[in-house]
Design a protein. Structure first.
Length: 276
């Protein structure tokens, strides 16, 4: 579900272009107040997907602009495309009515981000992951232990969904995907891929068609279109994961393949003898 609030064009422009950095302790005046009693923002509650109970996104990670919003699109990408601003840490799904859904994202560390344009040619639910040869060569201490790959599921760093970026018909090995590293969203911390909260990538996945164009803003465009959010977030160091946390007996026991026929056990059960 998307948080949607009515604003004038001027006010919404200020909402999209202004405001504070991720995880800010205060909410700008142009934003609706959020009741403090709510444990999660609307759209970021715990969800059940493919047999997994995914946690909600803590409120402190969805404060300020670091959350999903819908409004007037002020960028330069064409309709029905994806526009990524790696400097402001946002992804826009541009609609054909002049609006866009804006999602917070995590992007690559310095020198590791996808640049230019691409096309979504593969979509996968609960994808597995294997480090590329280049990742193993340049950061062996991080990626060598996972050379054999990680199957799709709770252990996979690609999270609940992935959109695969191609260029000129060839896989770029960059993805737009979910993540279990929630604190990286709104910052620079990946090996180049674009990370999203699982709740957000699940929504985007359903709305994106194969063949959708993706463009990544360069620095000059980011400064021109969204100067107030330019440079938000911080650069995070690469995380070293203990292989035991991925391949150990306890990790294997706590994970299982996705079950797309699973039914949320918390849903009410309708007795079979009740007419519908």
């Amino acid at each position: 579900m998307t948080i949607t609030t009515k604003y004038s064009r001027r006010a919404f422009g200020a909402l999209l272009l202004g405001t504070t950095a991720a995880c800010a302790s205060t909410i700008p005046e142009s934003m609706p107040e959020i009741p403090r009693a709510m444990p999660f923002l609307e759209g970021y509650e715990p969800i059940f997907d493919a047999g997994y109970n995914l946690p909600g996104i803590p409120r402190e990670l969805t404060q300020g602009v670091n959350r999903r919003m819908t409004g007037i699109y002020l960028g330069e990408a064409p309709p029905n495309s994806i526009d990524v601003d790696p400097y402001a840490k946002f992804l826009y799904h541009v609609k054909d009515d002049g609006t866009a859904v804006r999602y917070p994202v995590g992007v690559g560390r310095a020198g590791k981000s996808f640049a230019g344009t691409g096309t979504i040619q593969i979509k996968r639910k609960w994808p597995g992951w294997t480090p590329t040869a280049n990742m193993i060569r340049t950061e062996p201490e991080i990626y060598e232990p996972f050379r054999r790959g990680i199957p799709g599921g709770l252990r996979s760093p690609l999270g609940s969904r992935a959109l695969y970026l191609f260029r000129n018909g060839r896989d770029t090995y960059y993805r737009i995907h979910g993540t279990n590293d929630l604190g990286s969203v709104g910052n620079s911390g990946s090996a180049g891929c674009i990370r999203m909260f699982n709740q957000d990538i699940i929504q985007l996945y359903e709305e994106i068609e194969l063949g959708t164009k993706v463009r990544v803003r360069d620095e000059a465009e980011s400064q021109r279109v969204d100067p107030e959010n330019y440079g938000r977030g911080v650069e995070l160091p690469a995380k070293q994961i203990d292989p035991e946390d991925i391949y150990g007996e306890e990790a294997l026991a706590n994970d299982r393949p996705p079950d797309y026929d699973a039914v949320d056990p918390n849903l009410p059960v309708i007795p079979s003898n009740v007419p519908l």
